[in-house]
Design a protein around this ligand. Structure first.
Ligand SMILES: C[S@@+](CC[C@H](N)C(=O)[O-])C[C@H]1O[C@@H](n2cnc3c(N)ncnc32)[C@H](O)[C@@H]1O
Length: 368
């Protein structure tokens, strides 16, 4: 698995490489769920012949569905349906986030989202168990993570707590790492980060998600950048939005006049297309999904919707989402197609805002 990460050119300095090589991922994954083509989840346990092969590869490993421990029992009888609520993240994105943390010997770290405990174990290996605090909102996950960590000889602070509030008991921290995504940056994280420290997290946005790195100034304000690498994590529990399936039900049968469009769904929605991040700035809280017959849907909880297929679009509700996306595309072209890493973020009790290139830029978008 480590060779795979290195071959893919991931940033593994000697310290993190040693941690990935030393910490056995299988201890944190006595079982995992693998998704089948029909969307259901197959349980793989340590008694299955493919278990170790599934553990030691550069893949996210889902360990819990719908926050319901009993799903594992049911899955012993055959594949089950559900939404992942805990996983060991993809090792590649772990490596990217750990590199972005930019730790030095002696740094203390708060991790939000203990999950399986694997990432905390890597941090214990690198920084020492007394420098690591990890919390999970789900008591079952926190207890299991602590057990797995102990099995590897690590005893960091690993407890059940709502990470939206940070964990003031061990603050201040030199680094704060969010391993569940957030819709806005919790101000508690700013307050609990030592001046000059860093916060690294992913954003919970279906369009324009990704990684950000912020540096608080000790005055309840932080400034930072959107990172070049993309990264999408399951959301912090309180930041979960509505499910796409709920919106689909509401939109069934929605009709509107069809018109041609030059903006393709691929250009709008594929993160590899540089426009996707910029589009997300103008379309916060918009969900997107593929329907039947090559259709793409956009919908917002306010009832706005757009349905794209084969260079034409229909849209309805209070706002014309596809027209907003087309306007954003024009603006993006006029700004000479800035990629995500040209954007930054300022966070303070007064608000949270993205900007282009410089914190005082006239080009600004709210994060809310
Ligand atoms: C992708 S997993 C984290 C992966 C983990 N770091 C690992 O190495 O296995 C996300 C975790 O965030 C947890 N989580 C969700 N909301 C949270 C919150 N408000 N506070 C703390 N943890 C939360 C979930 O229960 C889940 O275990």
């Amino acid at each position: 698995m480590v060779d795979e990460l290195v071959d893919e050119g991931l940033p593994l300095d000697p310290g993190w490489r040693a941690a990935f090589e030393a910490v056995p991922r299988h201890v944190f994954l006595p079982w995992l769920f693998e998704q089948l083509d029909n969307g259901s989840w197959k349980l793989i346990t340590d008694s299955d012949p493919e278990w170790l092969r599934s553990v030691y590869r550069n893949r996210v490993a889902v360990t819990q569905l719908d926050g319901d421990e009993s799903r594992r029992e049911s899955a012993l009888a055959g594949p089950v349906h559900g939404t992942p609520t805990c996983s060991s993240s993809e090792p590649a994105i772990m490596a990217i986030m750990l590199a972005a943390l930019d730790v030095c010997t002696g740094n203390s770290v708060l991790e939000i989202g203990a999950g399986t405990g694997y990432n905390a174990a890597l941090m214990c290996h690198r920084l020492g168990e007394h420098r690591v605090t990890t919390v999970d909102v789900d008591p079952a996950n926190a207890a299991r993570a602590a057990e797995h960590l102990a099995a590897c000889g690590f005893h960091p602070t690993c407890i059940a707590a709502d990470g939206a509030r940070g964990y003031p008991v061990n603050a201040p921290y030199d680094r704060v790492l969010g391993t569940c995504s957030v819709s806005t940056i919790p101000l508690a994280w700013l307050e609990q980060t030592a001046p000059g420290g860093h916060i690294v997290t992913t954003l919970n946005r279906q369009l324009g998600a990704g990684l950000v790195k912020l540096t608080p100034d000790g005055e309840r304000r932080a400034t930072g950048r959107v990172l070049a690498e993309d990264g999408r994590f399951m959301p912090l529990r309180a930041h979960r939005g509505p499910k796409a399936s709920d919106l689909v039900d509401r939109l069934r049968g929605a009709q509107a006049r069809q018109r041609p469009t030059d903006l393709s769904a691929t250009r709008l929605l594929r993160p590899a297309e540089r426009f996707e991040f910029f589009a997300g700035l103008s379309l916060p809280h918009v969900m997107a999904w593929s329907g039947a017959h090559g259709e793409t849907w956009l919908a917002h909880p306010d009832g706005s919707w757009a349905r794209y297929s084969h260079h034409s679009v229909r849209q309805g509700g209070p706002r014309q989402l596809w027209s907003i996306a087309e306007g954003a595309h024009e603006e993006w072209l006029a700004l000479e197609r800035p990629p995500r890493e040209r954007f930054g973020l300022t966070v303070s009790p007064a608000g949270q805002e993205f900007w282009l290139d410089r914190p005082d830029s006239p080009h600004r978008w709210p994060l809310d």
